[in-house]
Design a protein. Structure first.
Length: 285
């Protein structure tokens, strides 16, 4: 009886050892220029330093940054544009990584210049026969607007690559100014349809376009200085401009970047919790 049990155990163990290598998922992200998830991972998920990473943790929690090498879709199979909606390219459309999609102009960025640039991809589980695509945001792209597929301009594709733990490629960055995103897609070809996605913030110097006006911290009355409340207030209008340090209660209405928002959860505002960044706290009106 004992010999039979041992024989069954050995058979199961042998079967597990013989599982194909493709059953193990690949993992990785851009390390130079560092992707958003790599930056926040390095800052520390529990104690992020930059306002952008603080906001990303507030939006989606810390676990996404412990799992920094898994911004992926298991069954992509090249159907990236079909599976990932506009505005969610950095998270690969996954709610777990929603903090990476925050539309901000203060993500930590790597200084770059047009011309030859050597980038590095950090793969914790590299696999052979993979394709790597690299894109840059179009000229005139605004970092405070949602990132869409139509915003991306192809730079270079490397097919049938055999990446190692740290793999370097040289690309040519086009002429740009201000902040942009270097976007990458790692599509496995043999043994899996899994694909990985990265958003790396870069800064070419100069100014980025900013068509959306910044909210004024202290608007000046233009009609009358009276403090007497209007006898017929318009309830659909926001009640003021969002400001960090202000205690808001449910139902309060504010403006931010020219748009109206209604508070849906009492809280005291801090930098990084701007209305468009924390949908759990604010709703567009």
């Amino acid at each position: 009886m004992r010999k039979s049990t041992l024989a069954v155990t050995a058979a199961i163990t042998g079967a597990l050892v013989l599982l194909p290598a493709g059953a193990a998922n690949a993992h990785g992200t851009m390390s130079n220029p560092p992707s958003r998830v790599y930056v926040c991972k390095n800052e520390g998920p529990e104690t992020p330093k930059s306002d952008a990473c603080k906001a990303a943790v507030a939006a989606g929690g810390t676990q996404a940054f412990y799992d920094w090498n898994e911004v992926s879709l298991l069954d992509a199979g090249g159907r990236h544009r079909e599976l990932i909606p506009d505005g969610k390219l950095c998270s690969a459309g996954r709610d777990k990584y929603r903090g990476l999609d925050l539309q901000r102009a203060d993500w930590p960025a790597t200084s770059v210049r047009p011309g030859a640039f050597t980038l590095t991809y950090h793969a914790t589980a590299p696999h052979a026969n993979s394709n790597f695509e690299f894109y840059i945001t179009r000229d005139g792209w605004n970092p405070t607007m949602p990132l869409k597929w139509s915003d991306l301009v192809s730079i270079k594709t490397f097919n049938n690559q055999n990446p190692t733990t740290f793999t370097n490629w040289t690309i040519n960055l086009p002429q740009r100014s201000g902040r942009h995103i270097l976007y990458s897609i790692w599509q496995r070809v043999v043994g899996s349809n899994e694909a990985f996605y990265t958003c790396s913030d870069v800064d070419f110097g100069g100014s980025s376009p900013s068509p959306s006006p910044s909210p004024s911290p202290s608007p000046t009355p233009t009609v009358t200085p009276t403090v007497t409340p209007s006898p017929t207030p318009t309830v659909t209008q926001p009640s003021g401009t969002w400001a960090a340090g202000t205690a808001y209660k449910a139902g309060d209405r504010v403006t931010y970047a020219g748009l109206g928002y209604e508070c849906i959860q009492p809280h005291t505002a801090i930098t990084g919790w701007e209305p468009p960044n924390v949908p759990a706290l604010w709703r567009r009106t």
